[in-house]
Design a binder for this molecule. Sequence first.
Ligand code: ZN
Ligand code: ZN
Length: 351
Amino acid sequence: MAALRGRLVDLELDGVVITTPENIRYLSGFSGSLGYLIIGRTDAEILGDSRYWLQMEAEAPGFTLVRSGPSHGLWALVAERLKALGLRVGFESQHLTFDQHQRLLAALPGEHTLVAIAGLVEELRIVKTPEEIELLRAVAAIAGRAFDRVRGAIRPGLRERDIAFLLEQTFRELGADGPAFETIVAAGERGALPHGRASDRVLERGDMVVVDFGATAAGYHSDTTRTIVVGEPSTEQARVIEAVRQAQLASMELMKPGVAADAVDRRAREVLAGEAHAFGHGLGHGIGLQVHERPFLSPTDHTALRAGMVITNEPGIYIPGWGGVRLEEMVLITENGPQVLTAASWEIGVG
Ligand code: ZN
Ligand code: ZN
C-alpha cells in the first residue's frame, strides 16, 4: 500500500479504483470474486454487496467496508466514493470493460478525470515478498509430490485424461485447492501441440508424453513440465530431451539480478539453433497470483531481473507428426543466483 501510494503521488492522482481480482487480493487480502477497492492518498475502502460483507471484514481488516445494496448499485457507489477522493482518479484499463468505463464516466461529474493506470499494481507484484515466495515454494512442492506419486501409475492403456485426473485429485489430497490451470498431457505425435489439453488418446509403449501441471493454494500457482517416455526412450527421444535440457541449463545460469529478460530467452534459442523445430513461444513467465504475469522471458521484454522474482524456464522442441519435448521449472532469482523451486522426478522412463 505504501508503494502504491508513492506511485499515486508520482502520477498526481488523488486515488484509484482497483477492480482486478488478483490485485484486490494482493492489496487487501480479500479473495472473493466481486468487490472493488477505492484507495486514496490516506483512505482505503472496500466496496461490496451483502454476499461478501462478512468475508470482507474477515479478510481485509485494513480496509473500511462500504456496503452497497444489490450488486447493480455498485457502479454508482464506486463513482460516489471516487468523487470524495478528488478530481483525478485512476482505473485499471487492462481490466475494466469498455461498458463499465462508460458507466463510471457517466456517473462522475464533468470536472473529474479518469486516468488509465494499466499495470500499476502488477508492477508492484513483480518482486515477491518472502511470504509469497514461501507460498510459491509450498504449492510447487505439492505439485512435485503429486507428480512423483502419479508417475508410478503411468502405463500403457491409460488415457491422457486419466493422468490429468489422477494429478488433479492428488493435488487436492496433498492440500492444494485444485489445479492451477487445465493440466496438459500430450502423448506421442500430440506432443507437438505445445498446449495440447489431455484427450482420450490411449498411451502406448514407446510414447513420449509431455505433462505440464500446476497446483494452486492460497491464491498462488505453480507450473512444472516433465517429458517422460512409456518404456525405454529411443535414441532420438533421448537426444531431443537432452538438447532441451541443455538449453534450459544454459539459460537458467543467466537468471540472476541485472540480466535482461530477453537475454535469457536469447540464450536458450542460441543453444537450440541447430534444431529445425525449436520452440516458438517465450522461454518463461513470471508466476504468482496469476499463472502468467510479468516479467516474460521473451524477445520483447527488456525488464532487468531482480532478486525476489519467480519466473518459469520452459524451452521445448515440437516436431510435427513425431512429438514434442518441453521441460519447465520455476526459478527464484536470488543475489546468489537461480534457485529452482519446483521438484519432481527427472527420470524419463515410466511404466
Ligand atoms: Zn507449464
Ligand atoms: Zn509455464
